[in-house]
Design a protein around this ligand. Structure first.
Ligand code: PLP
Length: 398
């Protein structure tokens, strides 16, 4: 039986936990900027697996590293040294302001590690301080601790009581962080640009103000670059654009170009873990690390971050033209290739479905906002095509 004759969503509905609101297509294949569904229909992908597929689908650098490593060594546990893990850690250290790396499997897990490191530091160096200040509209993951860190009631309410020690305050307002800081505070944890919260770019001086405050109080600054890192905002890491350095940084999404890998990195003086105080079985296995090494080398050698910046600006200009044409677009926001448009009503789900019908994948990050997170290898021509489809969809709504 051909795959197109099978109703995959009907089967999924019976057997999979219904925690996702999925789009009504079953994707079966991808190449570069495009994906195809089980009926053979083609889509231009401005969604990129939720900002993961940074080199597009099935990029030769990813496929070659994956197949070569799969034939060599897949998994060893962390009780042995492996070459791909060591190479990846060295690459990350040489290309960031951080000194040490721990590799794990998902963004939430990287943030859990960052939280544990900050608490351990608080215990040893800050008289037992263990509270972490995070912000409203943030997103840090789905584990219990990262749900407590995520300042959005809709994620927290189903699971109370959550682990304590997280204070959620308003984003882009240094006075809320100052007011929440006490002797019990060990860290402030932020996204340089809030992704899942709707692509919220803070004022230019916000992160510098937070950095200065953390220095003044002797507390740590954790930057969650799970979404903004690996070139997404036009530099390898978003912190580079704000003239600051974090004490701890977390990465995931783009790091493996599609394979599940994440990491947290820290400054030497902050790295207080001793053997046995943190661990993972799968994290940092040779298979995913070899791919991440290939992805990172490709991004650095081909200056893909600059492509994100240049094509991102081209895209912003085009989106601004659409905003001038349709008065129900209220805002264009974002940096590099982490972009969104806001509407004056909750219409983004409908627009996403119309775009899907027209062969374009985009994301309704909020009921009134569309997010664009294409592969970082996207070209002006791809942007022209996406904007042409979007324009048609928006025109029909008018
Ligand atoms: N942190 C940020 C900024 C994110 O955007 C996400 C996911 O969207 C996460 C953490 C959680 O990552 P994961 O879904 O890999 O656990």
């Amino acid at each position: 039986m051909s795959i197109s004759n099978i109703n995959w969503p009907e089967i999924e509905n019976k057997v999979y936990m219904q925690t996702f609101k999925r789009l009504p297509v079953t994707l079966v294949r991808g190449s570069g900027m495009k994906v195809w569904d089980s009926n053979g229909k083609e889509y231009l992908d401005f969604f990129a697996g939720l900002a993961v597929d940074c080199l597009g689908h099935c990029h030769p650098a990813v496929v070659d590293a994956l197949t070569k490593q799969a034939k060599t060594l897949i998994q060893t546990s962390n009780l042995f040294y492996t070459i791909p893990q060591t190479q990846l850690a060295e690459l990350l250290v040489n290309n960031s302001c951080l000194d040490r790396v721990f590799i794990c499997n998902s963004g939430a897990e990287a943030n859990e590690g960052a939280i544990k490191l900050a608490r351990r530091y608080g215990k040893l160096k800050l008289n037992g301080a263990n509270e972490i200040i995070t912000t409203h509209e943030s997103f840090h993951g789905r584990t219990l601790a990262t749900t407590a860190a995520t300042g959005q009631a809709k994620f927290q309410e189903p699971y109370v009581p959550l682990p304590n020690g997280f204070i959620n305050v308003d984003y882009n307002n240094i006075s809320t962080i100052k007011a929440a800081t006490t002797k019990s505070t060990c860290a402030v944890m932020l996204e340089p640009i809030q992704g899942e919260g709707g692509v919220n770019v803070p004022d230019d001086d916000y992160l510098k103000q937070v950095r200065d405050w953390c220095n003044e109080k002797g507390i740590l600054l954790i930057l969650d670059e799970v979404q903004t890192g690996i070139g997404r905002t036009g530099t390898l890491f978003a912190y580079e654009q704000y003239g600051i350095e974090p004490d701890i940084m977390t990465l995931a999404k783009g790091l493996g170009g599609g394979v599940p890998i994440a990491a947290f990195l820290s400054k030497e003086n902050v790295t207080v873990f001793k053997p046995g105080e943190h661990g993972t079985t799968f994290g940092g296995n040779p298979l995913v690390c070899a791919v991440a090494v290939a992805v990172l080398n490709y991004i650095i050698e081909n200056d893909i971050s600059s492509n994100a910046k240049v094509v991102g600006q081209y895209f912003i200009d085009k989106l601004k033209k659409l905003a001038a044409k349709y008065d129900y677009i209220t805002e264009v926001r974002g940096k590099g290739l982490l972009l969104a448009i806001g509407f004056n009503a909750d219409i983004s789900e409908d627009i996403v479905l119309k775009c899907l019908e027209a062969g374009l994948l985009v994301n309704n990050v909020k009921p009134n906002s569309l997010r664009f997170i294409p592969p970082l290898t996207v070209t002006n021509k791809d942007v022209d095509k996406a904007v042409e489809i979007l324009d048609k969809v928006l025109k029909e709504r008018k």
